[in-house]
Ligand binder design. Structure first.
Ligand code: ZN
Length: 277
């Protein structure tokens, strides 16, 4: 469920640890480490390093870690193995949350428990000053990676240009919703944002993206960016106008028509037959 909007909230929360030096890393759950990464590599490479930035591309949170200038005087006199800057990628899957300094920015995500069970802590960084950044993930669908390959991600949906968006949709026989969900094309859109955007734009989710006129594509790009801004202000991807009607009896908030429910791009989709064309 964490979509771009939730991960952006996590990023803003993670800004608090920028400037802190990593004293300890706890990645006891080896399964949570991706791309051949091991707990000992992570520790060797990052302990002693300084968090220099928190970035986001789509649903991927990136923490930049730099070597410390005064590393000789580091934690317990220990030198960092870090020689050049490294980037840690955090993926939140369906149920991942970020807890910084013991506080979760998002207490309750849909489909997950808000209870912070220590058993569900998959990755934790403790800083020199005793503060911490912890990833909690009950279903373990997220993961931690070193130097993640960001080339495979499309432009971030919050800032995608009209041209980039047209590029992402052009000439495709794939359903427009499936294209929106394809992170290689547009990064950050999940199921709820996709349905909300298409509902707002009046576009049928099953329509092939190649069948949209250039003007429609530009309009859809504008609706996408505007919807993300609105949901960001409201505080979550589940804060859309369509959300309350995502059930069998649901009706279109715009015209009152009974909503259609189907699978598109492998995800449960709600849409209105009357105004989405
Ligand atoms: Zn409608």
């Amino acid at each position: 469920v964490p979509e771009l909007i939730e991960v952006e909230i996590y990023r803003q929360q993670a800004l608090a640890v920028v400037g802190r030096r990593i004293a300890e890393l706890d990645a006891a759950d080896g399964w949570y480490l991706k791309g051949g990464l091991t707990a000992s590599t992570l520790e060797t490479d990052l302990v002693g390093g300084l968090v220099a930035g928190a970035r986001r591309i789509g649903k991927l949170l990136l923490l930049d870690v730099e070597p410390c200038a005064d590393e000789v005087t580091g934690v317990d006199g220990r030198r960092s193995g870090l020689r050049t800057g490294l980037t840690v990628g955090l993926r939140f899957g369906m149920t991942g949350r970020l807890v910084v300094d013991g506080e979760a920015a998002i207490e309750q995500l849909l489909y997950t428990t808000s209870r912070h069970n220590r058993v569900h802590e998959r990755f934790a960084a403790t800083f020199e000053d005793g503060t911490s950044l912890v990833m909690v993930d009950p279903r373990r669908l997220g993961g931690v990676e070193l130097e993640p390959d960001t080339d495979r991600l499309g432009p971030d949906a919050a800032a995608i240009s009209d041209r980039e968006f047209s590029e992402a949709l052009r000439g495709s026989a794939v359903a427009v919703k499936a294209r929106l969900l394809d992170q290689r094309r547009v990064a950050g859109v999940g199921n709820l944002i996709a349905d909300e955007v298409l509902w707002r734009a009046g576009v049928r989710p099953t329509r092939t993206s190649g069948s949209l006129e250039p003007d429609d594509v530009v309009e859809l790009a504008g609706v996408l960016r505007a919807t993300i801004r609105t949901l960001q202000q409201r505080g979550g991807s589940h804060m859309g106008d369509l959300q309350a009607e995502r059930h069998v009896e649901g009706r279109c908030p715009r015209d009152g028509a009974r909503l259609q429910r189907c699978e598109v791009g492998g995800r449960t989709t709600y849409w209105c037959r009357v105004h989405q064309r």
